[in-house]
Design a protein around this ligand. Structure first.
Ligand SMILES: Nc1ncnc2c1ncn2[C@@H]1O[C@H](COP(=O)(O)OP(=O)(O)O)[C@@H](O)[C@H]1O
Ligand SMILES: [Mg+2]
Length: 194
């Protein structure tokens, strides 16, 4: 009996180490430094997801060439696709997803704030503190619980933050703040990157 308990403990530790390594690899790739148009990136993701959004009305407030961010484009796309898919999955049939970009000033800094809101099932207040935890999944047949965990890691690595709130539409609102790259700054960074 003692031998098997020891073996169980060793296996549990090993499994924990493997999980840590895998999660760190999945969530911590290096951050690239391209200057990207946050609005176009979001529009591209909405376009990519059209086949999954046939019964969904998207409402877009995404003016191009106003919201520049410095980022690894494919990582931010991964975040946006995770957030949009969560919104789609929260709806039974017909739904509305509102995606809006605006400048948000706080703590003396300027952020590009992306709000993705839906009229789906929403997130219970009791669940809100846990949705970014690894393997937290609720009300899904095949949820892995890694989408928001990875999303938060990526956004944090980009110097931003991601939060959850209730949407005016009735469902969940996911709010992504990324540091704003100003017009002149954006151009000089693009030039120096060549
Ligand atoms: N837009 C949303 N509407 C309702 N619930 C959501 C939304 N986004 C996330 N959630 C909740 O947060 C949980 C964690 O999301 P995520 O990390 O993407 O894992 P998964 O989608 O695999 O379950 C989901 O299972 C769901 O309960
Ligand atoms: Mg998900």
């Amino acid at each position: 009996m003692q031998v098997s308990l020891g073996a169980i403990r060793r296996n549990a530790v090993r499994a924990g180490n493997i999980t840590d390594t895998l999660l760190n690899r999945a969530a911590d790739p290096p951050v690239g430094k391209e200057i990207c148009d946050f609005a176009r990136l979001t529009l591209d993701c909405l376009h990519f997801l059209r086949p999954r959004m046939k019964k969904i009305t998207p409402k877009k407030q995404l003016e191009p060439e106003k919201y520049w961010i410095q980022c690894d484009e494919s990582q931010i796309q991964q975040v946006l696709i995770n957030l949009l898919l969560n919104a789609v999955e929260s709806m039974k049939r017909n739904g509305v997803i509102r995606v809006a970009l605006a400048v948000h000033e706080q703590d003396g800094a300027a952020w590009n704030r992306l709000r993705i809101e839906d009229n789906g099932s929403g997130i219970r207040d009791a669940d809100k503190p846990f949705v970014f935890d690894p393997f937290f999944t609720r009300d899904k047949k095949e949820g892995k619980g890694l989408g928001l965990f990875v999303a938060e890691r990526i956004i944090t690595k980009h110097g931003g933050r991601i939060t959850v709130a209730d949407a005016d539409l009735g469902g969940a609102a996911m709010i992504v703040d990324l540091p704003r790259v100003g017009g002149a700054d954006a151009n000089s960074s693009i030039d120096s990157g060549r």
